[in-house]
Structures are given as C-alpha cells and as structure tokens.
Design a protein around this ligand. Sequence first.
Ligand code: DX5
Ligand code: ZN
Length: 223
Amino acid sequence: MILSPSLLAGDFGRLAGELEALEAAGISWVHLDVMDGHFVPNLTFGPPVIKQLRRSSKLFFDVHLMIENPERCLGDFAEAGADLLTVHVEATAHLSRALLEIRRLGIKAGAALNPATPLSALEHVLPDLDLVLLMSVNPGFGGQSFLPLAYDKTRALKERLIRASSTALIQVDGGVDPEQTALLVLAGADALVSGTAFFQFPPYAERLKTFMAAAEENKQGGF
Ligand code: DX5
Ligand code: ZN
C-alpha cells in the first residue's frame, strides 16, 4: 500500500519543510491538491508553487487537479515537476484526450471520480490509465467525514480492472484514517491519501507505521 499524505493538511507557512519531514520519515509519495475555486469551492496553489517545491524534494509528486478544463494547463504542471497528474472526469469534456496528453508529457495519468460519479464513466479509457482516484468525500476541503460508499466502489473497480487486464492503481482520497485503511486495502485499494488523519498525529514516521500496520494486518486477516 502506498500512503500519499495530502499536503493540504500540512503547514502552508512552511511547505518545503513539511516535504523534508515527510521524506525523512520514509514517505515516498506526497499528494498535492490543486483547487481552482470553480470546480471546487476552494483555492490552493498551482504550477509555480509546485515548481519551487520540486527544487528541494525527491518525493513522488501525486498531483490531484480539482480544476475545470485541466487540458489547458497539463504542460505547466508537468514542467513544474508533477510525476502523476490526476484529472476529474467531471471537469473535462475530453477525458481521453487529456489522459493521452499527460502520458505524452512523459508522466503518469490518473482519472478521479466524485462520490456520485459511476465507474462506467471510465469505460472507454481504462487502457489510458495508470491510476484511478475514487473520492471518498466531495472534493474541496480537507477534514471531512469518509463516505462508506467507497468500499463497494473500490471492490467493483478492482473486479473491473482485473477483467480488463489493467494494471492501473486504485487510490482512495478523503477522510481516510487507519481504520478505513484496513478495509480499503482488503477491498483492493493500492494507494491511499490521508490529510488530517496523518498530519495531526506526528511524529510522521510513527504515523506512517500505523497506517502500514493497518494495511498489513488486514491483508493477513482477510486472505
Ligand atoms: C479533498 C482533497 C483530499 C483531502 C484529503 O478535496 O482532494 O485530498 O484534502 O484530506 P483529508 O484526509 O483530511 O480528508
Ligand atoms: Zn486529493
């Protein structure tokens, strides 16, 4: 299981320091939530901030674009140093084009689904995906409660990916804590995003251990 802490819950006054602390704690991915004030009712940061952070960090930049018409600025995010760009299927009329463009830029391509969006929205793009992000809250804010519908959706997506011989990872994002981690990994999740439940419980190395132990426990208990 890959744990991708969401920097949205970190200290915005010292973002570079937070990334350094994550790396020192043994974390490999960091989740960067980009919000445009249109697709979601909140604003965060864009390519210039990511570019600055890239200079001092070797972490895998897992960039979640909660922006309308993401195809307009995929190149800017790739150039800034994103390793994975995830676009929302609800935010573009040309999902397939956006995914192909991300891969053409030489980085990993992901598609995100809001809680109310069915898996069928991905039907024709499965071969173009490196990751599917299932939202377990309505996007826009950190610290919201996990929506349990994500368990069944994860299970159904896992089956669908296996049927399609897809190697895309399943990521779940929103309100995830160690308790949900155990059940989500059992349901088939490969990568989990955690903001509040991660950053509010330092030291980060210990918190990482708690999440990883939850993921492992369940694997052993479940199969
Ligand atoms: C929600 C974001 C999530 C969120 C995760 O719009 O996409 O990444 O910030 O934070 P928690 O774990 O606090 O829900
Ligand atoms: Zn996110």
